[in-house]
Structures are given as structure tokens and as C-alpha cells.
Design a protein around this ligand. Structure first.
Ligand SMILES: [Fe+2]
Length: 275
């Protein structure tokens, strides 16, 4: 274990925070559907991941298989909706208490607006308000024109794992410019917990502390290396920025995405409450 990963106790009986009372986590970015992308290959693996998500304290998960990019031509909206219905039936059969909603992680592409209108790609919770966008990791693309176009259609964009972009560009403040186009930044729980090293951890915390990132999600793919780490992230944010900030970005705002409501600003994230 490297020394940059500080260890925090998980929320449990001794913790002042009661996750159950808060209604549990909502995960707005998760690869839990079997056989569609680089998430679980089989239904058994998918159920194993869902069991872990439920044990982690997730109440609702938006399934976000990749669309477009290397998954061009597969995972169209109707396929994803059917996969969610099938997994929901299997969860009930296996007594796994988890609600799954349809969604997608959509690779940025100039055709996104027309594909949305043709009902071929999905918004989060399939309700037409928030869309989760994936940018390439290798090169930086300024997606401001796309964000403006989506905003003019009444959609709000959420940039997936924004810490990966922020740590690769010379001026991370360019991301703040995107926020003017009804855009929100999501950081990944396992980056905050330090699983991917100090640079991504610093990047993710930097975006939260600046108030630019307002959402945390698991982006989990399996029960191994890419497992859900929401509880660990919640504890890390509580320790660094205060429990109010952790509640806002891990619980309140993700549940607002699911309920089609406005997100709250993360102004509290820079100020840790008094101990
Ligand atoms: Fe993802």
C-alpha cells in the first residue's frame, strides 16, 4: 500500500452519518449491464457487481454502457432499455435490492444531437434532461460548441471522470468555461479514494474544492480493480472537505439527476466545517 492513500474508516455503526436514513447513494455512472461493453461479460458477473453495489449502499444505479466511439453500431437505446428490464427481473429473482435505470456514457461525436432526436442514444435515467459525455483520454478536445448545441436543445451535459481531463491539460481552468453551457463535471469515486494514484486524486479533489465538480459516481465495471468505491470516496471527501460537501456531491446531486431536478452548486466544497 502506497503512503499517499490515507485510510479512513468506512461509515458504519460508529459513524455519525447514517447512509440508510439518507436514502442511500444514487450512482449516475456505472457499467453493470452484462455483455454490452467493457463491464460484466455474463449475467452472473453482472449480479455479482450489483450485489456489491447494494452492499456499498447504492439504492439506485443508472446503467451507463458506452455508446458511439468504439461501440458505434451497438448498444443503441432500445438494446439498453431491454437489458435494463432483463437485469431488473434477475435482481428481483435473486433478492438483490437495487433499482436500475437506463442511461449511457456517450462518446463525444458531432452527430449526438441528431442521434438524440432519432432516439438512438440515451440520456441519464432516460428522461431527457442530463446526458453523460465521454471525452477521449489521449487528446484534448474543446467540446464547447457541442455543449452549447446540447444546451440549446434543453439538455444539460455531464462530463464523465473530469479529473482525467483536468490532469492532462495545461490549463484545467478551461473546464470552468464549459460550465457556462449548462454543463456539470463528474469525478470518479476510486480517483478520490486514491486507487489510481496521487495525480488523479489531487486532480479530483482540486475540481471539488474549486466548486467545479458537483457529482461523484462509481464508474464501476467489475468487483475487482474497477469496483464501486462510493463509501470510501464519501469518507475521504468528509475528511478533506467536510461531511456537508460529501453529502452534496455523493448523495444529493446524483439523486437530483435521477429526479430530473436542478443540481445544487458545490460552494460548500471549499470550506470544511469546523470539527
Ligand atoms: Fe465509464
Amino acid at each position: 500500500m502506497t503512503d499517499y492513500i490515507r485510510q479512513y474508516p468506512l461509515a458504519g455503526e460508529d459513524s455519525p452519518f447514517d447512509l440508510k436514513k439518507s436514502g442511500g447513494f444514487t450512482d449516475i455512472h456505472c457499467h453493470c449491464l452484462p455483455g454490452l461493453d467493457d463491464g460484466p461479460s455474463t449475467l452472473a458477473e453482472s449480479l455479482e457487481l450489483c450485489r456489491m453495489l447494494a452492499a456499498e449502499g447504492m439504492a439506485t444505479v443508472v446503467a451507463t454502457p458506452h455508446q458511439l466511439g468504439r461501440f458505434e453500431g451497438s448498444n443503441e437505446a432500445a438494446t439498453v432499455r431491454q437489458a435494463v428490464a432483463d437485469l431488473t427481473a434477475s435482481l428481483a429473482e435473486h433478492d438483490i435490492p437495487l433499482e436500475i435505470l437506463p442511461g449511457a456514457e456517450v462518446r463525444v461525436d458531432e452527430r449526438i444531437c441528431e442521434l438524440l432526436e432519432a432516439d438512438r442514444i440515451l440520456t441519464l435515467a432516460d428522461d431527457g434532461r442530463y446526458i453523460l459525455l465521454e471525452l477521449p483520454h489521449e487528446v484534448f478536445i474543446d467540446v464547447e460548441p457541442l455543449l452549447a448545441e446540447l444546451s440549446s436543445m434543453g439538455l444539460e451535459s455531464i462530463i464523465a471522470h473530469a479529473e482525467r481531463i483536468a490532469t492532462r491539460i495545461a490549463r484545467p481552468s478551461v473546464l470552468a468555461g464549459w460550465l457556462e453551457h449548462s454543463t456539470h463535471l463528474q469525478v470518479t469515486a476510486s480517483s478520490l479514494s486514491g486507487d489510481w494514484g496521487p495525480e488523479l486524486r489531487r486532480g479530483a479533489f482540486g475540481l471539488l474544492a474549486a466548486g467545479w465538480a458537483t457529482l461523484v459516481a462509481s464508474d464501476s465495471h467489475d468487483t475487482g480493480l474497477r469496483r464501486p468505491r462510493m463509501r470510501a470516496a464519501f469518507e475521504c471527501i468528509s475528511a478533506e472537505l467536510g461531511q456537508e460537501a460529501a453529502h452534496l456531491v455523493c448523495i444529493e446531486n446524483p439523486s437530483r439527476v435521477m429526479r430530473r431536478r436542478d443540481l445544487l452548486p458545490a460552494s460548500v466544497c471549499g470550506q470544511k466545517e469546523a470539527d
